[in-house]
Ligand binder design. Sequence first.
Ligand SMILES: [Fe+2]
Ligand SMILES: [Fe+2]
Length: 422
Amino acid sequence: MARNQIDRLNEVGRMVSSFNYIFDLSLLLEKILTSARVLTRSEAGTIYLLRGRKLVFAQSQNDYLDRMIDDPTELPFFNRNLEMDRTTLAGYVALERESLTINDTSGIDPSAPYQHFTGFDNESSYVCQAIMTLPLATAGNEPLGVLQLINPLGEDGLLTCFREEDEQILGFYSSFAALALEKSMTMSSAVSHNVEIIGSQDPSETRAHAMRVAALATAIYDHWSQKKGVNEGERLHSMNLLPLAAMLHDVGKIYVPKSVLTKPARLDPKERQVMESHVLAGARMYANAWTPLDDITFKVILDHHERWDGQGYPGWVDLETGKAIPNRVGENGQILGKKGEEISIFGRVVAVADVYDALSNRRYYKEAFDQTLAIQIMEQESGHHFDPEVVESFTAVKSMLNKIKNQFPDPPPEKPEAGVEE
Ligand SMILES: [Fe+2]
Ligand SMILES: [Fe+2]
């Protein structure tokens, strides 16, 4: 084997071993696609994941279109699906579980068992001339999706052909990437099912809300942790786990009666107490942390209703009994809220993401606030409800708000119902 090929295989080894530490599915997909593009010097690429018989766009990168447009979620094909059949290269590869390298899509023989679907090229005015398509399959050869690399560029930056050994090297790469993908998909699926259960109990806690809170909280933490100079290893580890933990912030609502969660009037003090019990109920589920994910999830759940000024809940209470911790009570023996940095950073970040998302989206008890007004309210609460530094990071990433909203749209509303805010 040539020296250069050994170097490339070593590079593949380094890339795929880092995948084992990534639990968050979006982060993993991004990493798999970015590294595959580096290996083949491709200008663009896509990962489709299989949902039933459909191939769904799960990750898409295109350096050329990125220079032309601001927001990739505005591309006409974003959020579209392909059928798993022979009318497209991706469909064929998913069906047959064999790789395909085509250096000139316009020259595909019409009698070939696959065809290049030109619909996306026509809509985006970007021509996919050379395409390598690889299956992403489990160890048992069950299809998970497809990795597609588009338009390799030469040293001169001009379009060229895939190199002879690319398909073999990428075949090796994609088989390891698929193992990491299966693990991450299994974990995401477990979290998603919990989110569905929460949503079935509380119509405000939709899957889309959970995804948006996860994405926004991660963006805020990313900015905050860089600014604070958090150690890079710790920072990446937390960013990897935070999206999953953030999605579970209201898991304790499964213990709150639906009649309280959806009461179409203001809650009385007793009902409010029942509503607020979702924090301790959820935190108890993660109290005996087995994994770092459990630990972050515990902190998110326990602290997401605390306030920077100490007026939040549940405050300094015993987790099991819900009663005040004896040496942490106020002058009259009342429960004290956690204050300032007593609240974990994950709780402080998710509080901002959760409240902003509730304000800026329609809920069954209210219309969506205009984005400018919602941002203004968040900024006014800096130092009161929220950590001022976290609000600064929220403001710094506000250019992402529309992208997140477009990426995770709410399902169309069912019949409108009156209700009450939590
Ligand atoms: Fe909550
Ligand atoms: Fe929420």
